[in-house]
Every structure is written in structure tokens, then in C-alpha cells.
Design a protein around this ligand. Structure first.
Ligand SMILES: C[S@@+](CC[C@H](N)C(=O)[O-])C[C@H]1O[C@@H](n2cnc3c(N)ncnc32)[C@H](O)[C@@H]1O
Length: 243
């Protein structure tokens, strides 16, 4: 099993196919699409492979989140994982401060290491902890002036088994749980959710007369996931379509 000299237990850099657990092979074959700098020694836990946002999608999301009001200069990545999104946020140069919160220390070590590979680790404040506690304590006053981006775990019954996925079954945090915690803390919140998400559930939280922006992020013509943007974002998907 590959592991660089410095990587903690349970954190790996797989260099060749024979090192990769069979349930990860499918993702490992996509490694350069997930992290273009993978070969520079990107670290992942075996769990992180399943949730990391591929780099082209993370970059496009960073462009869209950047359209929040200019007065918002702080970004909080609530579930930083192995760093797929937070690296893209830091590379965008849009944010004066970026906080990356992750409760699993090994996964957080991956995110920091991967951000070093991309040259942005020092632009990010790394917080090991539970985002729901951190928002009530360390980031309580910061959150009001921040945009919150959240790519939660998509556990529970697999969204791929449903044409329309009911987010009340998403585990361990349902849409209601996420919305109440994040939209209670900040007026600008972007949630990264399964592509089969029931849009009507998202719409229930729109303000009166507000038109919600929901964007599908596609690779090779197929949706990978969607983001719902609550608050003032000026996402212009028409400009993207002509790129
Ligand atoms: C889908 S992954 C995020 C992937 C990340 N966007 C990326 O591109 O690498 C979700 C992450 O949330 C973390 N997590 C789960 N519950 C959490 C909590 N309450 N507070 C902070 N992190 C949490 C998990 O450990 C996991 O790494």
C-alpha cells in the first residue's frame, strides 16, 4: 500500500493500480481529473475518494460562489474533506479569508497537504471540528460576514436508486438540519447536493418572490451534482454555456 514517508496512518498516495483497493479503482482511474496535480503526491483517505469534488467542477463552483456580494469577503467551507473545493476557492483569489472546517483529523491532514501541493495552504485557516459547533463558537461572529459553502456527506439510502431523491433521508444531516444551521448563520449559503435532489424541497426554503438558483455541474455531458444558491448570488450560467 502506498504511503509517503510523512503521511499519517490511513492516509495514502496510490502510485500504481496494484496498490488501490478494488472499490476505489474506478475513482483512481479518474485521479487526474479529480486532482490535476495528483502525481505530485496527493493524499486521500480511502473514504475521501468517494466524496471529493473533481477539480473542473470545484473550479466552476468557485466561479459561481464568487458572485456573492462584494462586501462578503470571507468564505467558510463547512465540510472541507480532502480539499477539492477549498483549494479551488483559494486559487480563485476572491476571498480575504477562507476557513476550512473538517471533523476527521486524517481527512483534514489530506486537505492541508493537498493545498500545499497547489500552493494555497497558507491562505486557508484550518479548523478541526464539528461545523455545527464551530458555527456557534469560534466562527459565530465571522459567519454573518461570510459565505458558507457546504458539501455534506450524502449518506443513507443511495440517491442513485431514486429518480427524485428525498433529502429528508440524507444522512447524517438532512436538508432541514443543514438549512437551519447554515442559513441561520449567514445570508449567503451554497449547498452541494446529489443530482437527483428533489428541487421542490429546495424551493420550500426560498424567500417570498425569490427565484432560487440551482445549477447542475456536468462532466462529459452528465450531471455529477447540483448546487443550490440561497441568498444574493449572480450566477450566470448562460455565460458558462458559451465558454
Ligand atoms: C463529501 S465530503 C467533502 C468533500 C470536499 N468538498 C472535497 O472536495 O474534498 C464531506 C466531509 O464532511 C466531513 N464531515 C462530516 N460531518 C462533519 C461535521 N459535522 N463537521 C465537519 N466536517 C464534517 C466528513 O468527514 C467528510 O470529509
Amino acid at each position: 500500500m502506498a504511503s509517503t514517508a510523512q503521511s499519517p496512518d490511513g492516509v495514502y498516495y496510490y502510485e500504481s493500480a496494484d496498490q488501490v483497493p478494488s472499490n476505489i479503482t474506478k475513482y483512481w482511474l479518474q485521479r487526474h481529473n479529480i486532482f490535476s496535480k495528483y502525481d505530485e503526491g496527493v493524499w486521500l483517505t480511502n473514504d475521501a475518494w468517494f466524496g471529493v469534488t473533481p477539480e473542473p467542477v470545484a473550479k466552476k463552483i468557485a466561479d459561481h460562489v464568487a458572485t456573492a456580494p462584494a462586501a462578503k469577503t470571507i468564505l467558510i467551507d463547512a465540510f472541507a474533506g480532502a480539499g477539492g473545493n477549498v483549494i479551488a476557492f483559494a486559487l480563485s483569489g476572491r476571498w480575504k479569508q477562507i476557513f476550512a472546517v473538517e471533523k476527521d483529523p486524517k481527512t483534514l491532514a489530506c486537505a492541508k497537504h493537498n493545498a500545499e501541493i497547489y500552493g494555497v495552504a497558507k491562505k486557508i485557516f484550518w479548523i478541526e471540528g464539528d461545523i455545527f459547533t464551530v458555527l456557534k463558537t469560534r466562527l459565530k461572529s465571522t459567519a454573518k460576514n461570510a459565505v458558507i459553502f457546504a458539501s455534506p456527506p450524502w449518506g443513507g439510502p443511495s440517491y442513485t436508486n431514486f429518480d427524485v431523491f428525498d433529502l429528508s433521508y440524507m444522512e447524517p444531516y438532512s436538508l432541514t438540519h443543514l438549512y437551519e444551521a447554515f442559513n441561520g448563520a449567514s445570508s449567503e449559503v451554497a449547498l452541494y447536493l446529489p443530482r437527483t435532489t428533489d428541487i421542490r424541497q429546495l424551493a420550500k426554503y426560498a424567500k417570498k418572490d425569490e427565484k432560487l438558483q440551482v445549477v447542475h455541474y456536468c462532466m462529459r455531458g452528465a450531471s455529477k451534482a447540483l448546487c443550490v444558491y440561497y441568498g444574493s448570488f449572480a450566477v450566470n450560467v448562460h455565460a458558462d454555456a458559451s465558454e
